[in-house]
Design a protein around this ligand. Structure first.
Ligand SMILES: O=c1ccn([C@@H]2O[C@H](COP(=O)(O)O)[C@@H](O)[C@H]2O)c(=O)[nH]1
Length: 239
């Protein structure tokens, strides 16, 4: 089966056993996995090792946000894990993002390993206009995402996490090499769950996403491998 490294499957499970079973079921249909807070807090580095031993790529999605020194120190530890992508919240600010980028470069150089790509989370894809209004930002969601993406680029980050609805403007502003990782992706007819700003997999790439993140539509499917393969099939015409 042909996998596509632009599809990142989210392993949101409460135990290593459940996550490992999903990975075994999906087999070669997925090459890139996201380990988020739930699984990392439950299974820690065991899960990273398990995925790496199987030749998978890993996005460690812990969305750090704290003062620059604390984030930089934590990212040095994450860098040692040998994962492929890690992230912080863009609202931590430019100094925090600069410190994060510098810490990763320094640690990777010290270890003689390839550094993980560093992303900034913009506005969560679960956020709709009504919830966003409670935050009292002066910008619209689209304006705020774009401003945070430009800030992340200026701070030396490799890319952002955003909704596929915002990918087109980010791509125009941040250029062809900037990573635009988009959760909030639903194959036609799938449940939205708690996501708000969504598109289909194909539309996400048409808008300029570099990668899509898909969790429940794969992990809750009766046939996980088939669900992943259907997404790979849907996106293969859009390169
Ligand atoms: O803005 C964001 C940032 C991260 N996520 C994460 O992506 C997956 C999406 O899972 P689904 O089951 O496909 O909704 C999940 O792990 C989130 O933590 C996001 O959805 N939005």
């Amino acid at each position: 089966m042909q996998s596509d490294p632009r599809l990142i499957a989210a392993l949101d499970f409460p135990t290593a056993e459940a996550a490992k079973q999903a990975v075994e079921e999906i087999g070669d249909a997925v090459i890139y996995y996201k380990v988020g807070m739930e699984l990392y807090y439950a299974a820690g580095n065991e899960m990273i090792r398990f995925l790496k031993e199987r030749g998978k790529k890993v996005f460690l999605d812990l969305k750090l946000q704290d003062i620059p020194n604390t984030v930089a120190s934590a990212l040095k530890v994450e860098t040692k894990l040998g994962v492929d992508m890690i992230n912080v919240h863009a609202v931590g600010g430019k100094k925090m993002m600069e410190a994060a980028a510098a810490a990763i470069r320094e640690k990777a150089a010290e270890l003689g390993i390839e550094r993980p790509k560093l992303l900034a989370v913009t506005i969560l894809t679960s956020m709709d206009e009504e919830q966003y209004a409670d935050l009292n930002y002066k910008n619209t969601i689209a304006e705020q995402v774009l401003a945070l993406a430009k800030l992340a680029k200026a701070a030396g980050l490799d890319g952002v996490v955003a909704s596929p609805k915002e990918a087109e403007e980010i791509r125009k502003a941040c250029g062809p090499d900037f990573l635009i990782i988009t959760p909030g992706v639903r194959p036609a007819g799938s449940a939205l769950d708690d996501q708000s700003r969504v598109t289909t997999p194909a539309q996400a790439f048409a808008n300029g996403s570099s990668h899509i993140v898909v969790g429940r539509p794969i992990m809750k499917a009766a046939d996980r491998k088939q669900a992943a393969a259907a997404i790979v099939e849907e996106i293969k015409i859009i390169k």
